[in-house]
Ligand binder design. Structure first.
Ligand code: G1P
Length: 305
């Protein structure tokens, strides 16, 4: 059956899903009582960059998949009247604007995952909210520099081609075991490939390419039907990659799967070293902090290391 979702004018994408139910064990003890998504990258919680990215791609309806101990996420995107009043009394309008920025960003929704059964299962929890429209998924460990808009390009490709669109990045073949990996064919557009297969975290010898899946997806809603039937895969978890592989091999279900090859700046905040690198790189580039911080960093590297 060819789906009505594969018609040439798919519905406009308005919804973003952000899985945020992980335990953050790599950052213990910082994450014992604080969600890892709330760890600051310079002076903003990591999760705020991700919500801002969704909004700048035109997606104003954001659903977060959360779990226990994630209440601070809801508070961060809500009003804080006490703090707002204290700052307005002091006439501190700059800080007041910072406080209000996160609550004015998007229409936020939350659903709890309950059992931590993997990324595929987390996405399945969004099915009642998403309904029958294509939607975006943004993983919080990947930060995409706002100057290199990736998601907006993916939405554009999805609107032209239908089906699903996955963000890819070429990585050192030795690193491919850390990612989902795509088998691809060229298309007439330089930054777009056709995805013919996907495998989650292959050994370098088994990898079909060095095209890594980075954490941005625009998915056809047929993914939900597939996820309901997807058996646990790598690590005993229901893998989103395995479900997208089903879409890729049978385009009668949910249309084709394309990849947008990203060549911009991506910061990984998934483990401690990458997180520190992300902070240093972003701090260096900040107009307010960058000049002083770069001078200090140069001195530190040349004189103290
Ligand atoms: C997840 C996905 C993987 C993808 C990666 C991108 O893995 O399962 O396919 O390449 O995100 O960051 P995780 O890093 O959560 O283990």
């Amino acid at each position: 059956m060819v789906s009505d979702m594969t018609q040439s004018h798919p519905p406009r994408i308005t919804k973003a899903v952000i899985p945020a139910a992980g335990l953050g064990t790599r950052f213990l003890p910082a994450t014992k009582a604080t969600p890892k998504e709330m760890l600051p990258v310079v002076d903003k919680p990591a999760i705020q960059y991700v919500v801002e990215e969704a909004v700048s791609a035109g997606l104003h309806d954001v659903l977060m998949i959360t779990g226990r101990n994630k209440r601070p996420l809801e508070d961060h995107f809500d009003r804080n009247y006490e703090l707002e009043e204290a700052l307005s009394k002091k006439g501190d309008s700059a800080r007041l604007a910072k406080v209000q920025e996160s609550s004015d960003l998007a229409t936020m929704h939350y659903v709890r995952q309950g059992d931590p059964r993997g990324l595929g299962h987390a996405i399945l929890c969004s099915a009642p909210h998403v309904g029958r429209e294509p939607f975006a998924v943004l993983l919080g460990d990947d930060l995409i520099d706002p100057r290199d808009p990736l998601l907006a390009r993916m939405v554009e490709v999805q609107e032209q081609q239908g089906g699903s669109v996955i963000a890819l990045m070429e990585v050192d073949p030795e690193q491919i075991h850390l990612y989902g990996c795509a088998a691809v064919e060229d298309t007439s557009e330089g930054d777009v490939v056709r995805i013919t297969g996907l495998v989650e975290k292959p050994e370098p010898a088994d990898a079909p390419s060095n095209f890594a899946v980075i954490g941005r997806y625009v998915l056809d809603p047929h993914i939900f039907e597939i996820l309901r039937k997807t058996e646990p895969g790598r690590g005993g978890e229901i893998q989103l990659t395995d479900a997208i592989q089903q879409l890729a091999v049978d385009e009668k279900i949910g249309g084709p799967v394309h990849g947008v090859v990203f060549q911009g700046r991506r910061y990984d905040t998934g483990d401690r070293s990458d997180y520190l690198r992300a902070i240093v790189r972003l701090a260096c580039e900040r107009e307010d902090l960058g000049p002083d911080f770069r001078t200090w960093l140069k001195g530190y590297v040349t004189e103290e290391m």
